[in-house]
Every structure is written in structure tokens, then in C-alpha cells.
Ligand binder design. Structure first.
Ligand code: 48F
Length: 258
């Protein structure tokens, strides 16, 4: 068979548009495909929820690829290891309570599981705003990351979702826009983003579940964004908390969707 260049273009355009149109109205829209966003996506999609995940960069995985300071190994504690085992990631005991895994294997396994469970992942798309109606966030406002990088004046498109997950990590981009534009308070002590504190792995990891909350009507926060929202420490290259927070976030949303 002779390959037709135009058919290759047509196949890509048609398939992509189908995916995008199917994601215009979803149960859960996730901003950020780091470890917490990918984990939340997997547990939601596994329960047959319609999930769309938007990632600014070309690659998913957020800050996980680089392990610690580009040494591509991650550390997890016992609870985190149990989740990695669910994703069939090989872990090695280093010392009592400390396990290591390849960051590359971990990102690729989380991603594969999320996709196989039914998550639609859209890379190269940035969340630039939210749809906010009657005091509740009802969707995400999206644009090509390239338009932001080139600083082009191009209007975005909007998708509807029953819940939004803020999983943009340290910068808490979704919460920043809500804080700036909604005129309403977040469910944090000050009503605004408290800001992350300096490194303290033990407290940072232990704070994550209590900080994984519905931070604004319709918006759950997970991962490093949760610690930044509620003023808890960062934890560096230990990743169990990200996985536990993503899973917990999915479980809470599943209860609310019932
Ligand atoms: O930063 P990131 O990995 O967040 P996380 O899931 O995990 C944090 C850890 O990697 C690490 C840590 C402890 O282990 O402190 O930093 O909380 O992933 C966040 C993803 O969100 C994307 C960003 O490119 C990254 O892949 N992102 C950020 N802002 C936007 C976005 C946006 N406005 N729209 C779309 N994606």
C-alpha cells in the first residue's frame, strides 16, 4: 500500500478533534499532570468517571522525572510504596521506612495507568482561567501553551466540569486566578493562598492529606498545590505524599459525585 501524506494529516486532525469534543463536558477536569494529578486521574477514571487532564508542557510527569537534583531516583515511605505497587512500579528497600524507585519508570507507569483507565490527557495546553458561575467553579478556560509563550493575543476556549482539580504544584496557578478574580475567599485560614513553607519532608508529607480539600466550591486541591494553599512545608524528592494526596482527592470527589 502506498502511504498518502494527506491521509496521515487527516487521521491526526480527526482523531484529536474527536477527543477534544468528547472532553468539552466532563466529570472532572484536572490542571497539571504531575504525580498528584496523574494519580487522581487514574483513580477517578478507574471508577468510570469522565476525566480530562490538561498539561502545559510537552511531557507529563511534572517534577518527578528529575528525582532529586536530576538524580533520577525517587524516595517513598511505606504508604507511598503500597501505591507504587498498585501501579506495578518496582521499589527497592533502602533502609527501614525508605524505598526508592526509578523516576522514569514511575512517571511512565502512572501515565499509562491513567490513560488505560480512560483519562484523556491533553499536553501543550495551559489552564489560564476558570469558568465561575453563581459562586462555583464550573469549568476550565484553556489555551495553547504556545500562545502564552509567544505572548499572542488569542482568546481561549472553555470546557465544563462538575469538579476541577488544582494540581499545578508549587505555583498554584488555578487558585491564583480564583483569588485574583472571584472576589470570594478560599477555605484557607486567611481566605487567600497561604504560600508554601521551606523544606521539612516529615511535616510536609504528613500535612498533605489534611490539606487535600475542596478549597473553593467545585475545586479540589492536591499535591504540592495543597501544601502551598494551606501554608505547609515543601518536602523535596520524596513522592509518597503526592500519590496519597492524588488518591485521597479522587476518593473524596467520587463520594461527592455519587
Ligand atoms: O509540579 P508537579 O510535579 O506537581 P505535583 O503533582 O508534584 C510535586 C512534585 O513534583 C515535587 C514536590 C514533592 O514531591 O515538591 O515538586 O504537586 O506538576 C505540576 C504540573 O502542572 C503543570 C506543570 O507543567 C506540571 O507538569 N502546570 C502548571 N501550571 C499549569 C500546568 C497550567 N496553568 N496549566 C496546565 N498545566
Amino acid at each position: 500500500m502506498q502511504l498518502d501524506d494527506i491521509k496521515i494529516s487527516e487521521a491526526i486532525i480527526e482523531r484529536y478533534m474527536k477527543k477534544l469534543i468528547a472532553s468539552l463536558d466532563v466529570d472532572v477536569a484536572i490542571a497539571g499532570a504531575g504525580p498528584s494529578g496523574l494519580t487522581a486521574a487514574f483513580y477517578l477514571a478507574k471508577k468510570h468517571k469522565k476525566v480530562a487532564l490538561f498539561e502545559r508542557h510537552l511531557s507529563v510527569g511534572g517534577g518527578m522525572w528529575g528525582g532529586g537534583m536530576m538524580f533520577n531516583e525517587i524516595v517513598v515511605q511505606e504508604e507511598g510504596r503500597k501505591i507504587l505497587q498498585e501501579f506495578d512500579v518496582d521499589t527497592k528497600k533502602w533502609q527501614q521506612g525508605y524505598y526508592t524507585a526509578s523516576s522514569v519508570e514511575t512517571v511512565s507507569s502512572l501515565t499509562r495507568a491513567a490513560v488505560k483507565a480512560g483519562t484523556q490527557i491533553f499536553n501543550l495546553i495551559s489552564v489560564e482561567d476558570v469558568m465561575l458561575q453563581k459562586g462555583r467553579v464550573t469549568g476550565l478556560v484553556l489555551n495553547w501553551s504556545a500562545t502564552q509563550i509567544a505572548n499572542l493575543h488569542v482568546d481561549p476556549l472553555t470546557i465544563r466540569s462538575k469538579y476541577v482539580i488544582e494540581a499545578t504544584g508549587h505555583p498554584t496557578e488555578v487558585l491564583k486566578v480564583i483569588e485574583r478574580k472571584s472576589g470570594k475567599k478560599l477555605s484557607t485560614p486567611s481566605g487567600g493562598i497561604e504560600g508554601e513553607r521551606s523544606m521539612w519532608a516529615d511535616v510536609g508529607e504528613k500535612s498533605l492529606i489534611k490539606n487535600t480539600k475542596e478549597v473553593f466550591p467545585g475545586v479540589w486541591v492536591t499535591g504540592m498545590a495543597a501544601n502551598a494553599a494551606y501554608g505547609s512545608p515543601r518536602m523535596g524528592p520524596i513522592f509518597g505524599g503526592m500519590l496519597l494526596s492524588g488518591k485521597y482527592c479522587a476518593e473524596q470527589i467520587l463520594k461527592q459525585l455519587k
